[in-house]
Ligand binder design. Structure first.
Ligand SMILES: Nc1ncnc2c1ncn2[C@@H]1O[C@H](COP(=O)(O)OP(=O)(O)OP(=O)(O)O)[C@@H](O)[C@H]1O
Length: 242
């Protein structure tokens, strides 16, 4: 996929199965959001195909949502915008997310963590087969992120939906994910966390200290030109870089 002569995504392939949590990690500008937008049908790729199971329902949780001042509504009003639902259903979705007391709260009064739970409740009201979350825990503290990822895993267990999660927080998502896909405009590395966490290639890509806060080190046998195209290092006599 190219835009304005820049290669945004090249040779990307990924699959999300029912009940599976797939986490997309990669540095800033790696194309994670672009890939999510292609998968959601909001952008079209120049080549390739997106295959959806027939009748697939998708729930989406964006990176962040700031309600405009011109939208004075409470949480219940916001959830009603998601589509037809009853008040007990809306209450239940909030309760599932540990946000029981937020139904009558003005949307603009919510904390960052509360807003993410409301956005998740809104996505789950659609009873999705696939839940897509683009860096949903950004802005939460470490404990808040851990709780949020654990909540996503519980919702997956309860509903059986597949989950595609975008995250920078490799060390936190490791516990909650079934498969990690590392993207830097192409797929650098993919596998089950327990397998790739001991794989030399994975350690080379992400650093060795997986017990503490993971140090995000990204090693390559190639580099990218100014347009994002992949250039093998051997072609220019370069050595691998961090
Ligand atoms: N429509 C577009 N036209 C041109 N360039 C674009 C377009 N959309 C995205 N880009 C560029 O593509 C690159 C990838 O952007 P994207 O938002 O997908 O990355 P990301 O991995 O989600 O980054 P971050 O972690 O910073 O959110 C960026 O350099 C961005 O400027």
């Amino acid at each position: 996929m190219q835009r304005h002569g820049n290669a945004l995504l090249t040779d990307v392939s990924l699959r999300v199965l029912p009940r599976q949590i797939v986490t997309l990690v990669g540095p800033n500008g790696a194309g994670k959001t672009t890939l999510v937008r292609v998968l959601l049908g909001l952008m079209s790729a120049d080549r390739g195909a997106v295959r959806r199971r027939s009748g697939l329902r998708v729930g989406y949780v964006p990176q962040r949502f700031t309600p405009p001042p011109s939208l004075p509504m409470d949480v219940d009003g916001f959830l009603r915008l998601a589509g037809p639902s009853t008040e007990p259903q809306r209450k239940q979705r909030l309760a599932d997310n540990g946000a029981n007391d937020l139904l009558r709260r003005p949307l603009r009064a919510l904390s960052g963590g509360e807003m993410q739970r409301v956005l998740l409740a809104r996505a789950m009201l659609r009873e999705p087969d696939l839940l897509v979350l683009d860096e949903p825990a950004q802005g939460l503290d470490v404990q808040g992120q851990q709780e949020f990822y654990a909540l996503i895993a519980r919702l997956r267990d309860a509903s059986g939906c597949g989950v595609l999660l975008v995250s920078h927080d490799l060390h936190l998502v490791m516990a909650a994910t079934d498969e990690v896909v590392c993207l830097e405009r192409h797929v650098c590395c993919v596998g089950r966390p327990e397998d790739i966490s001991v794989h030399p290639e994975y350690l080379r890509l992400f650093g060795r200290d997986l017990t503490g806060l993971a140090i995000y080190r990204h090693h390559h046998d190639h580099h990218h030109d100014l347009h994002g195209n992949i250039v093998p290092d051997a072609a220019e006599g370069r050595t691998a870089h961090d």
